[in-house]
Design a protein around this ligand. Sequence first.
Ligand code: FES
Ligand SMILES: [Fe+2]
Length: 428
Amino acid sequence: MSTTANDAPRTGASEDFAGQDWGSWPTYEAATLGFRDFWYPIAWAHQITSKPKPLTVAGEEVVLIRDGDEIRALHDRCPHRGVPLSLGRHEFPGTISCPYHGWTYDLTDGKLVAVVTDGPDSPICGKLSVRTYPVEVRLGLVWVYVGDTDDGVPPVEREIPRELLENDFSMGGRSDIREGNWRFAAENGFDEGHAKYLHNTALWRMFKVMPAWNKTRLVERDEWLIRVQDEVHWETKVPGLGTWTNKRWWRKMPLPDAPGKAADVNPVIKGLDLPGFVSIRLPGLLRVAYPHFIHYEWYVPVDAENVRYVQIMVRFETGRKAAAFAFTYLSAIRWLFHGQFTAQDAWMVDVMDAPPERLYRPDISITGWRRMCEARGLVVQKMATRPDGNPGMAVSNTPAIRPPVLTTVRRTGKGFRADRTEGADGAV
Ligand code: FES
Ligand SMILES: [Fe+2]
């Protein structure tokens, strides 16, 4: 365990944070579209069918299509005249055909394999490719690798928290595209200061007291940056103005300052030995651990103005307890937490406008996150480049480390379903 350099500004911090712009974090400032060389979750696997589905990730236009048991991802642009391939057809097995002139591409490597409007001996066949993306399915989500593959592709498990690879669990989740840049969403997620004030009207917190203010430091461990509370205060006495508190007679005093310190705690969560409830890691994943469940949220860049907000709630339970959780998720958590509570965050992410900005002491969480991004030598995703017909990239066949048993709660055309899956890749 090591504390970050951000621990330093404990007093007089507002003066240390007097900067108005993001000039101290030039890589982060440039990352409007996120970072390359990461896997991003961009869709629920069950939503991908043989009907091509267009999506945008990190400014790149991608078409997802199911090809038998596999899901393929290609750049969503026909090299002929630039028509989206997502408008095309699954004319022949294992291919996609552009709707305009019928140029037909192999789904595995993107190679042009037929041009039906130019006869069987079309000389352009085999001479070009549409770019393909490595695809994996984990946690019921489709993950696409955005980056260069010349030096190989890291396993998708690199992007998935260890506890989700090593344990059985039950989960529910939802994924929405929300307005605002992904960095505002990530900063909001790890933001120390806002929950006590913004969320004090949330139904999810109706019966739990939140502190009035804390003194916080940051700890970096196992890829995660963790918020640790050194002091927790339940009310603020403001000279000349009065007292402000989140305490109400109907609210229970809340949890201790770390999930593992609760009297009753799930053994998996206790085993994580987290010094605080909230952690963040690259390329934009928040973990909020409670004694009995963990909430994760991914901030996946869509474009400069939108973020894909993927939330899952996990309980490390199986059997009847897992089924009970699926019911609780559908009947309450999905609406109260993944709905109304995080909609308050979405509201702020949408209306926020920075820089310029003037930070205060709790913003140590934001500057710590920015500093972590800055220190990792990350590759910034540039504004969308014109497709260059570069050769197809191999689809990764990375095996799962350990097959999880999932109860995955999902939305269907007729409502919601909880599916139990025991699969090599956790796919649903
Ligand atoms: S634009 Fe795609 S085949 Fe002509
Ligand atoms: Fe929030």
